[in-house]
Design a binder for this molecule. Structure first.
Ligand SMILES: [Zn+2]
Length: 133
């Protein structure tokens, strides 16, 4: 059987009969590279695919804004909690407001919770008085 030279790592390998024009060997790193190259050429040759990808990405970030916020906060925390640097960084005003934000619920939630807890009380009173019989 003919042997081919892997387009990524260059070793000689026996191509699988069911894969025509196989250019990469079966090593995971080379298969990863193959997918990367495929996606790259796909992005260049297919405007629809590119549009779809960026739209999907945007839709996802629109649905998950918290992910990016937490992601950023975590990174900040990692930076601030290095041993030895804690004392000086704790006084930094920027890092403190970030910590407060992550501990407290958003303003809207705090405003609505009293109303929600009041309503059942009023309702149960009204129902008790208005029930026929
Ligand atoms: Zn390879």
């Amino acid at each position: 059987m003919t042997k081919l030279s892997c387009a990524h790592c260059g070793i000689h390998f026996t191509p699988a009969p069911q894969v025509p024009n196989q250019a990469y060997c079966s090593k995971p790193v080379c298969q990863k590279e193959r997918r990367r190259q495929w996606q790259k050429s796909k992005l260049q040759s297919d405007p629809d695919y590119r549009d779809n990808q960026s739209r999907a990405q945007k839709a996802w970030t629109d649905r998950n804004p918290e992910y990016w916020r937490h992601h950023r906060l975590n990174r900040t925390d990692y930076g601030n909690s290095l041993p030895g640097e804690q004392a000086s960084d704790a006084l930094e005003p920027g890092s403190q407001s970030v910590k407060l934000d992550s501990l407290n619920p958003p303003q809207i939630l705090r405003d609505e919770s009293p109303r929600i807890s009041w309503r059942p009380v009023g309702l149960s009173c009204d129902l008790g008085l208005d029930l026929p019989g």
